[in-house]
Design a protein around this ligand. Structure first.
Ligand SMILES: Nc1ncnc2c1ncn2[C@@H]1O[C@H](COP(=O)(O)OP(=O)(O)OP(=O)(O)O)[C@@H](O)[C@H]1O
Ligand SMILES: [Mg+2]
Length: 424
């Protein structure tokens, strides 16, 4: 770093000594020069605050000529600044307060002011005042304030955007979990459908085999008729064999029907007749032997266009379940009730099977339509009755619903589309 030597000779380095000598400055001259190149206005005042000296920057900064400035009263030209000077002169050096100065062109300019009381060469005292234009500082501060304000606004907008994104993310998460739930439901529904389809195929196979057996039995019955004619076999046995054949044929037909998808062959039929026929089959099979089964049916035909075997299937399953439910009841009548009626409007037929049985607990109620859900001992229930009933009812555009109260009983109900034709 360059080092200035002021007002001293003789103790310079050998290198400097070898250089051509320059005139040296007195300390006062050097200080004057320094003050001369400062960008601030530096004024030297008498203690009565008349201006004695000013550096070059004073004229440009304060807008007065040398003649206007030197000898003038600082108090008159800059009253606010001089009041500040008078108030602070007791102290040695005071820096940096802000005052307003009216400059040569009449403008009020903000300036930072520092003042100091210094002894002068004559043993008296002078006042040194340094003024610095703060206009650009103010402009920068104003720009900073605007930038800060903008930054604040941007920060607010950013916070809004962040919260909006969070909300969208949450909505997306909800939608995703909804889709996943529906996917899971669809998947389990597919599984159920697939199981039922497998079961249908299985039932079809069994029905087919049963049909083959029935055909063999039919041939045997034909031969047995000869034996009856010859008096070797009793007519009664033959009738029993024929009844069994009819029974097996029906079952084989039902099993084959089960294998067919959807409500295949539909015919107009009177639901009252189908109900009565089915109850007879059930009674004949011993399933409702110890149960009182009542019907509530209208006097007029109750026409529906459906597949007879499928409706029989619905009734056999529901009445069979109802009979099982009342089997162990001791404290009340073991009752099963089947009722059917045309709904007001005449578009739909309502049918329900109710019982006074055990009822179904709430957790079981949620699962009764699940394939293979059963509370019956092995060999007595497969848990497929209700899923099959549900599927058949739904294939006719209906809905199977259940109402149950533990210790009181259960009601299953469904609708079928009403038909206008007469039975075939
Ligand atoms: N009327 C009813 N009263 C009480 N419980 C019932 C009734 N109907 C059905 N359930 C309950 O629902 C379960 C499922 O019935 P579903 O008909 O599907 O199968 P299952 O009767 O057990 O067997 P399957 O009908 O295949 O022989 C039954 O095991 C039983 O617990
Ligand atoms: Mg059942």
């Amino acid at each position: 770093m360059a080092e200035f030597v002021v007002g001293k000779t003789g103790d310079t380095s050998p290198l400097l000594e070898s250089m051509p000598s320059k005139p040296t400055l007195s300390q006062a001259d050097f200080a004057r020069r320094v003050v001369g190149v400062m960008s601030e206005a530096v004024l030297i005042l008498n203690v009565d605050l008349s201006i004695v000296t000013a550096n070059d920057s004073s004229y440009s900064l304060l807008g007065y000529s040398r003649e206007e400035l030197l000898g003038s009263s600082f108090s008159k030209l800059f009253p606010e600044a001089s009041a500040w000077v008078l108030a602070t002169l007791g102290r040695t050096v005071v820096h940096g307060d802000e005052v307003k100065c009216k400059v040569g062109d009449g403008q009020m300019v903000p300036m930072s002011i520092s003042a100091s009381l210094l002894p002068d060469e004559d043993g008296g005292q002078s006042v040194v005042v340094v003024l610095r234009d703060l206009t650009s500082v103010h402009r920068l501060a104003a720009q900073l304030a605007v930038a800060k304000n903008e930054l604040g606004q941007r920060a607010g907008e950013l916070a809004l955007e962040v919260s909006r994104r969070k909300r969208v993310e949450e909505e997306l998460r909800d939608a995703k979990s909804g889709v996943e739930r529906r996917l899971e439901e669809t998947r389990s529904q597919l599984l159920r459908t697939e199981r039922l389809a497998t079961l249908g195929t299985l039932a079809g196979g069994v029905g087919h085999e049963l049909n083959n057996v029935v055909m063999i039995q039919h041939l045997c019955i034909e031969e047995a008729k000869d034996l009856v004619e010859e008096g070797i076999l009793d007519q009664g046995y033959l009738r029993q064999l024929e009844a069994v054949e009819g029974h097996l044929t029906n079952h084989a037909r039902r099993l084959l029907n089960l294998a067919r998808p959807g409500p295949d062959y539909a015919e107009p039929l009177d639901l009252r007749t189908t109900i009565c026929d089915t109850l007879e089959i059930l009674h004949g099979s011993g399933r409702t032997k110890y149960v009182s089964v009542q019907t509530e049916l209208p006097d007029e035909p109750l026409m529906v266009r459906v597949n007879r075997a499928r409706i029989e299937q619905i009734l056999i399953n529901l009445v069979g379940n109802a009979a099982d439910a009342v089997a162990d009841i001791q404290d009340r009548e073991k009752q099963v009730r089947v009722l059917a009626s045309l709904e007001p409007g005449g578009d739909r037929v309502h049918c329900e099977v109710g019982d006074t049985g055990s009822g179904i607990s709430a957790p079981d109620l949620e699962r009764v339509f699940d394939p293979f859900f059963t509370t019956k001992p092995p060999g007595r229930g497969t848990g497929l009755g209700l899923p099959v009933v549900k599927q058949i009812v739904e294939s006719y555009g209906g809905e199977l619903s259940v109402f149950s109260a533990v210790g009181m009983g259960t009601v299953f109900s469904f609708h079928l589309p009403a038909a206008t034709e007469a039975p075939a």
